[in-house]
Design a protein around this ligand. Sequence first.
Ligand code: CDP
Length: 218
Amino acid sequence: MKPFVIALDGPSAAGKGTLARRLAAHYGLAHLDTGSLYRAVGRRILREGHDPADATYAATVAQNLQPVDLQDPELRTEATSKASSIVAAIPAVRANLLAWQREFARHPPEGKHGAVLDGRDIGTVICPDADVKLFVTASLEARAGRRFRELQAAGANPIRRAVLEEMASRDRRDSERATAPLLPAPDAFVLDTSELDADTVFDRVVAFIDSKTRSRRA
Ligand code: CDP
């Protein structure tokens, strides 16, 4: 049977991670945080003292990514965030990560009947035939505020203005790159979460998915 695939895209700190985990638990699906792949590539390059903009080196790292790279404790630091969006703009890096992501969607692990993939290009490039496509977004101010609080909660001492500026420049890199830019698929359900809490976002998305799958079954 063809697996049930939910493609969940959107910019940084729009609430994709929380929503993806909850959808996976609710529908019994596997979950792949595709951002962690780009983070792992960026982080390993920084750790090895190379330049994330070196396309040849970055492509080799992407091709040889190891499970242990995904366990790096510095995967979510600001330095890694920046490096990840630099390597993500390199077409050969994206090409080298593509087959693995599609395979996850086609054959979800642990015998699950489907998967939720969250990222930037899932509905447009990785899984254009996904059963459900979601695009969650929020204003830059709302997203930067969330990231600021997240960093504080993690024990860091962030500067509000710097968090906002770093996020704005990552938005620009992700949206303006030539290969697989951040973009809602034409058939995506778009939800602005600026004024919504996580429970409301979850309820609205579940209502959308259930009505869509009901109308398909009818
Ligand atoms: O956690 P946050 O939403 O801030 O970022 P992430 O989802 O972990 O992604 C980190 C970076 O990886 C993004 O800024 C993108 O440049 C890149 N990325 C991508 O290009 N395509 C994806 N499918 C996922 C992430």
